[in-house]
Design a protein around this ligand. Structure first.
Ligand code: RB5
Length: 144
C-alpha cells in the first residue's frame, strides 16, 4: 500500500499519478488534498503518518516545487524523503538512501516524467551493505 498526497500546487499532478499508478495495479491511499488550498506541512504530516505507523510501505508527496513538502516530511522521525526530478535520482535514492517518501514538484515535472519517476521509485530495492551503514548514520542525526 502506497500513500499519496499533495497541496493545491501539486494537485493536478497527483491526479495524473493516481490514474497511472492505479492502472499499474498499485494500491493507493489518497490523503488529499481534493483541489482546495492546503498547507503542505499538513499534507506531509498526514501522509508520513501512514508510513511511520506501518500502514503504508512508501509514500508520494507533491507540492508546487516539491521543496516545501520534502522539507516538512524530513522533519518527521523515520522519514527519508527524496525530492526527485528524474528517474536516475529516483533509482539511486532507493538503492543508496532507502528513501521511503518520493517528493515531486507539480510545477516542475510533467506528467509523463513524473509517472516514470514514480515507477522507478516503487520498483527499485535498497542495496543494503555499505549503504545500510550510511543510512543508519543518517538516521542517528535525527533529533541532534
Ligand atoms: C503553494 O503555492 C506553494 O508554495 C507550494 O506548493 C510549494 O511549492 C512549497 O514549497
Amino acid at each position: 500500500m502506497i500513500a499519496i498526497g499533495s497541496d493545491h500546487g501539486g494537485y493536478a499532478l497527483k491526479c495524473e499519478l493516481v490514474k497511472h499508478l492505479t492502472e499499474q495495479g498499485v494500491e493507493l491511499t489518497d490523503c488529499g488534498c481534493n483541489g482546495e488550498t492546503a498547507d503542505y506541512p499538513d499534507i506531509a504530516e498526514r501522509v508520513c503518518a501512514k508510513v511511520t505507523n506501518g500502514e503504508c510501505e512508501k509514500a508520494i508527496l507533491i507540492c508546487g516545487t516539491g521543496i516545501g513538502i520534502s522539507m516538512s516530511a524530513n522533519k518527521i522521525k523515520g522519514i527519508r524523503a527524496a525530492l526527485c526530478t528524474d528517474e536516475y535520482m529516483a533509482e539511486f535514492t532507493r538503492r543508496h538512501n532507502d528513501a521511503n517518501v518520493l517528493c515531486m514538484g507539480g510545477r516542475v515535472v510533467g506528467g509523463g516524467l513524473a509517472c516514470g519517476i514514480a515507477d522507478v521509485f516503487l520498483s527499485t530495492d535498497f542495496e543494503g551493505g555499505r549503504h545500510a551503514v550510511r543510512v543508519e548514520k543518517m538516521m542517528k542525526l535525527e533529533g541532534k
